[in-house]
Design a protein around this ligand. Structure first.
Ligand SMILES: CSC[C@@H](O)[C@@H](O)C(=O)COP(=O)(O)O
Ligand SMILES: [Zn+2]
Length: 204
């Protein structure tokens, strides 16, 4: 269940994402869950770094329907999928960082495996750098329903925690509240940056 404070926190998160350069040229989208039935999603096509609370539209989680008649994010179906799959997820952040975009093209398989980094502990439930954290990776698709089906299929077979990468596109991640979603975003982005630098150095 969300409240005005969470919407305010989400708007602050959008400004932070914008300042980081993680949502260039209107890329990215953000949402919070209102309750079991509704969420609040960013309006399509806006600069996500300068959103206000008025730029969020109520969307029905089961149907992707926005009663206001305004157009919610083109990737609404991925946010509502996360809310349907994970009852504990209450905030979803989708960004187009350079690291997520490039790294997701370097990895050819269905998962990026991260290990050996202390910052893995920024992800809920992770307690040691010795574990391997799988980050699911899906081929990008302009058909969001088809993409959502592939992600739902993966989630039936394998644990899908924190977030997923879309190849050549970006990262979608979530948390129990806006603060946790922000921590997952910042932690994953740090890990992607480390992974990118390691791969660059190893090629020399
Ligand atoms: C800048 S084009 C990127 C979009 O196609 C999409 O990937 C995106 O993240 C933003 O879409 P939006 O409809 O504004 O939520
Ligand atoms: Zn996107």
């Amino acid at each position: 269940m969300t409240d005005n404070l969470q919407l305010t926190a989400l708007v602050e998160a959008c400004h932070w994402i914008g300042a980081k350069g993680w949502a260039p040229a209107t890329g990215g989208n953000m949402s919070i869950r209102q309750d079991d039935t509704w969420c609040w999603l960013s309006e399509s096509g806006k600069d996500k770094g300068s959103l206000t609370t008025a730029d969020f539209l109520q969307v029905e989680i089961a149907t992707n329907r926005a009663p206001s008649g305004r157009k919610p994010s083109a990737e609404t179906g991925l946010h509502t999928l996360v809310y349907r799959l994970f009852p504990d997820a209450n905030a979803v952040l989708h960004v187009h960082t350079v690291n997520a975009t490039v790294l997701s093209r370097l990895v050819t398989g269905p998962e990026l495996h991260i290990s050996g980094f202390e910052m893995q502990k920024s992800l809920s439930g992770q307690t040691t750098h010795l574990d391997t954290v799988p980050v699911a990776l899906f081929d990008n698709d302009q058909d969001i329903d088809a993409l959502a089906s592939r992600i739902a299929h993966y989630a039936r077979e394998r644990p899908l925690n924190y977030g997923f990468l879309l190849r050549g596109h970006g990262l979608t991640c979530w948390g129990r509240d806006v603060a946790e979603a922000r921590r997952h975003l910042e932690g994953l982005e740090f890990l992607f940056e480390c992974e990118m630098r390691l791969r660059q150095l190893e090629r020399v």
